[in-house]
Design a protein around this ligand. Sequence first.
Ligand code: BV8
Ligand code: ZN
Length: 290
Amino acid sequence: RHTEYAQSMAPRTSVDEFKELVSSGNRILALCGAGLSAASGLPTFRGAGGLWRNHEATSLATPDAFEADPSLVWLFYAWRRHMALKAQPNRGHYALAELAKKKDNFLCLTQNVDGLSPRAGHPESKLRLLHGSILDNKCFNGCGYVDRNNLSDPVCPALAPAAEDYPPDQTLPLLDPFVPIPPINVADLPHCPSCRTGLLRPGVVWFGEPLDSLMIMEVENWIMRGPIDIMLVVGTAATVYPAAGYTRKAQRRGAVVAVVNPDPDSAAGLSQNDFFFQGDAAQVLPQLFE
Ligand code: BV8
Ligand code: ZN
């Protein structure tokens, strides 16, 4: 009995049915997370990659952590920048970029700061970087100075240890928690050339910080503009707010939810009208949209 019941309540898995919905549907909203970039070799937050030198990534992604030890936080971000600049967009990024070029009423919200969706040619008008970009540097004092899309690697000479490459079988000394980090003095960290008082910081939204209010307003306007046909949830544990809240908002606008994730737990809460495509976003997305 129970299995029959579970079967009837299980979300749909048919690619063909989904494709019909995409072609008949009009407005599609996507929320992407670290899992979209997993196939490009970038560690996710909560998976095995969630630790950096025994620090919870989330414990370093806060203004307090930066105040307390700007060198450590800069080293963490310089390392992630280096990884992001070395990584290539995968077929999942390209599939979403192609969809954005084809479908006028498609908006992609990404929580990722790795710059891979922009590098895949995803039209800027159809992409919102909810949590900023690791390739932007901005004034920590809030004078308004922003250095956009800075591709220098390392971001400054003092952070060179974050940009070293080692053969894959050797752990980078920087990653080995038992190898002390060479002390980097704050004077050698990037400073704001405009107000000349503050440090520059990575152009990302840290925990406890608000998302860009203009961007939020634009996203809310897009959602309120009319019914939404599909809410695509790709490679995210959907635990960080307000980003994770967009799925509920889209459902309230009538959206069918389609989750793309290898983790069966990410299908929790889906109804039999929704879709669950279990697998790697880099494999699944091209099938859904080609
Ligand atoms: C805000 C940028 C208020 C930085 C990020 C207590 C104290 C303080 C705040 C809070 C609190 N409690 C709640 C909050 C709010 C907080 C929050 O939601 N916390 C959570 C942890 C409970 N939110 C905030 O602080 C936000 N701001 O609330 O401000 C405010 C308002 C007004 C005025 C002042 C203040 C800001 C949140 C933004 C934080 N910045 N990133 C950086 O990158 O370093 S968040 C960061 O973590 C990512 O951007 C992303 O959002 C999140 C990681 O989540 P995922 O992307 O889902 O990644 P994860 O590893 O978790 O999951 C990977 C998934 O992929 C898994 O499901 C896995 O199965 C799947 N996967 C794996 N492989 C694949 C795959 N899928 C597909 N294919 C594969 N191959
Ligand atoms: Zn400044």
